[in-house]
Design a protein around this ligand. Structure first.
Ligand code: 2HA
Ligand code: ZN
Length: 273
């Protein structure tokens, strides 16, 4: 099967275009990676060229050895993926130590994976372990309202989680473990990858102060939906703060009632008075 016709590639393209329309991907902002399943890679195996050189990832991810990832190209625009997938995204294969990758499809003319590939792979590594292999997607975007909030709220997971939960009743059900916050760091390297992946052990949403958001999900729909839900909640909070702040809200006890009814566990550390 042609790679472009595989369902996981079509799903990937749909998300990149939907996300562009959301306004989260100015210029080359943001990137998406998908850990391709064994069945899925089998269907396109005859389209892959395995003779490219391995290059260092910059981090070590031994539990991802020999896995294949569909990933955005460095400097490539999310809005262009739909126009020419083979030029803007590619399939990277990890070596048998989890320390190097090579491009086996796409990223034409010597293009490289996103500069955030180390953050994606370290987060995949943590999530693969934590979900028994179920998590497949790591997605980074430049969500306008979540970024705006990092200029006014304390850069504290407890505050961000509670404020976002209060802005929409569905939030604690969609991200019951809360959100993590990474203080401002230089993007694109091993240090921010380590900080992000540490928080991914606890959270599915990690906000990079003054930069953007990382989410993890089992499917493209779940990852995109999670980004969309958190960002929608941030948009409401920006409006509420702009109107002079909360006059009433959802209380800690309201959340406890919600948790019971919806069968989710909400950590007490977020339900402070
Ligand atoms: O791919 O979003 O963080 C461009 C970025 C870097
Ligand atoms: Zn970014």
């Amino acid at each position: 099967m042609k790679v472009e016709n595989a369902k996981f590639v079509k799903d990937y393209i749909k998300i990149t275009y939907d996300a562009w329309l959301k306004g989260w991907h100015e210029r080359n902002g943001g990137n998406l990676s998908y850990r391709i399943g064994e069945d899925e890679i089998k269907d396109v195996k005859d389209q892959l060229s395995e003779n490219s050189e391995f290059v260092p990832i910059g981090v070590s991810v031994s539990n991802l050895a020999n896995e294949y990832f569909l990933v955005t190209g460095s400097g490539k625009y999310m809005r262009n993926v739909i126009l020419d997938p083979e030029a803007n995204i590619g399939i990277a294969k990890i070596d048998d130590k989890g320390e190097n990758y090579k491009i086996v499809w796409g990223l034409l003319n010597g293009a490289k994976p996103t500069s955030e590939f180390p953050s994606h792979l370290m987060s995949h590594s943590v999530k693969k372990e934590a979900t028994g292999g179920k998590n497949k997607v790591i997605y980074h975007s430049h969500t306008t309202n979540l970024i705006a909030l990092t200029f006014v709220l304390p850069l504290d997971s407890k505050v961000f989680t509670r404020e976002l939960w209060e802005m929409a009743t569905e939030c604690p059900v969609v991200f019951p473990s809360g959100v993590g916050v990474v203080p401002w760091m230089v993007p694109g390297g091993a240090a921010i990858a380590r900080e992000t992946s540490k928080l991914m052990e606890e959270f599915d949403v990690v906000i990079w102060a003054h930069h953007g958001t990382f989410v993890a999900g089992e499917t493209m729909d779940l990852a995109f939906g999670l980004m969309d839900t958190a960002e929608k909640s941030a948009e409401i909070l920006v409006k509420v703060l702009s109107m002079g702040g909360k006059k009433q809200t959802i209380t800690a006890d309201n959340f406890r009632d919600l948790a019971k009814e919806f069968h989710v566990t909400l950590p007490e550390k977020f339900l402070y008075e």
